[in-house]
Design a protein around this ligand. Sequence first.
Ligand SMILES: *Cc1c(COP(=O)(O)O)cnc(C)c1O
Length: 349
Amino acid sequence: MKTFNIEKLIRKNVLQIKAYTAARDEFQKTAPEMIYLDANENPFDNGVNRYPDPQQQDLKKVIAAFRNVSAAAITLGNGSDELLDLIFRAFCTPDQDNIITLPPTYGMYEVLAGLNAVENRTVLLTPDFQLNIPEILNRVDPNTKLLFICSPNNPTGNTFPEKAITSLLEQFEGIVVLDEAYIDFSETGSWLQKIVDYPNLIIIQTFSKAFGMAGIRLGAAYASEAITAILNKIKPPYNINTLTQEKALTLINNTKVKDKITLIKAEKENLIKVLLQINFIKKIYPSAANFILVQVDDAEKRYCQLIDKGIVVRNRNNYPLCQNCLRITIGTKEENNQLLIALQEMNRS
Ligand SMILES: *Cc1c(COP(=O)(O)O)cnc(C)c1O
């Protein structure tokens, strides 16, 4: 257990603002039968004529039960990208504070740093894609508010050892943002149960990958009640629309989601076996996610050849430590077979 003064890290203006309140917040749950003439909506029912629940109480209850956390620890976002942006705005003063990111990693951290006028201090992973803890701590100064760790990491596919993450949580005086976008594909457990022990930990998950709901835009942040209260205070009031809330409620406990994850993992193993036989693939990195990073002889050439065959993968050649690397998402059996046929043709020519 760590003692931690969260208020010292939150921007003063954020601490001071009063959240926008909808008059209805106080009544809707307890008295849905009242006549609502408060929000200038169209009164004729078509399923979406009313504003959505700004606190998403029904959805949070279901997610809390599914993840075995308290609903008071959850903030929902219009995709996890919205939550990442809220975290910047809660903690980082533009043109003053800085963050640390660990390339090669998810590109949005850097984009959001730029958008929020916050300096991004990059500390490369080691050549075997591990955390360089001494260098990370070395780059911290009193204005370093956030450290982004993505595990399993995109695009490298690996997770980071528990000991390394614990060490950073204990030594870094700012907020550790642990992005678990791919955690449901991983054999390594989630850190969700640790938010009680580490008041400086925010865990980000998304419904876009394992849950198969990229189109509805839904992400979740899990953190202490103090952090959660701040994030909920500054989020746009109606950030999760009615259709998204309804769809998520029907899909979260759907057993087919689990089956699909199992299928994708099995497909990944099949794919790797065949990739090993392709001569121009030099290296297949171990993956705890639903994609694999492979190093080829010439990424640009192979990327274009695949495009010509109607297959789009991600060229990561320009990322540090990812020279000549392609990132390949695991598709359906059919799609993966098409990929293998294409690779085998390229292998022969
Ligand atoms: C895909 C991905 C996300 C998902 O973002 P959404 O906005 O929730 O779709 C977040 N983090 C990482 C590392 C990802 O790869």
